[in-house]
Structure formats: C-alpha cells, structure tokens
Design a binder for this molecule. Structure first.
Ligand code: SF4
Ligand code: SF4
Length: 87
C-alpha cells in the first residue's frame, strides 16, 4: 500500500508534508532540483511506510491512503508513482 497526493496539492505545494515524513519519500523537497517546476509533490510508493504522519499536516487534505483516493482523482495514484519511474 502507499499514500497518495491528489489534486488539492496543485497550486499549494507548501512542502509541509516533507518536513514530517520519517522516510523522506515525498519529493521534490524545496531543496531538490525540480521543485519550482513541479505541479505538485509526489509520494514514492516504494518507500512510503503508511505511517499517516503527512495526512494531518497537509493544509488542503491532499493526502490519503491509496484506497481512500476519491474516484475523480483515481489517476493520481499512477501520477505519484510515475514521478519516480524516470528518476
Ligand atoms: S504516510 Fe508516512 S511514510 Fe508515507 S508519505 Fe506520509 S509521512 Fe511519509
Ligand atoms: S502538505 Fe499538502 S499541499 Fe503541502 S506539499 Fe504536501 S501534499 Fe501538497
């Protein structure tokens, strides 16, 4: 399983979630290449340990467990995973 960042992050991208993730699996962080260009932040499904820490700190409730992603945002599970496929 994994957690997924959905549409509400777009345009907000405040990176609060990156400060609380214990395994640093949310990217890009503010100090990584690509942060300015990124539409949103993404969770690496291979690294996420389903700890729930990021959910509470997100100001726009963009983060949910994979099975909790709203139907209209279903594509975001793949969008998050794809971010990590090509580096
Ligand atoms: S659920 Fe935990 S491990 Fe997964 S992205 Fe959120 S803070 Fe990181
Ligand atoms: S805390 Fe929420 S809005 Fe902020 S970067 Fe993370 S997912 Fe996006």
């Amino acid at each position: 399983m994994t957690y997924v960042i959905s549409e509400p992050c777009i345009g907000v991208k405040d990176a609060t979630c990156t400060e609380v993730c214990p395994v640093d699996c949310i990217h890009p962080t503010r100090d990584e290449p690509g942060f300015e260009e990124a539409a949103q932040l993404y969770i690496d499904p291979e690294e996420c340990i389903d700890c729930d820490a990021c959910v509470e700190v997100c100001p726009v409730d963009a983060i949910t467990p994979e099975e909790g992603v709203r139907a209209e945002w279903a594509q975001f599970t793949q969008i998050n995973a794809d971010y990590f496929k090509n580096g």
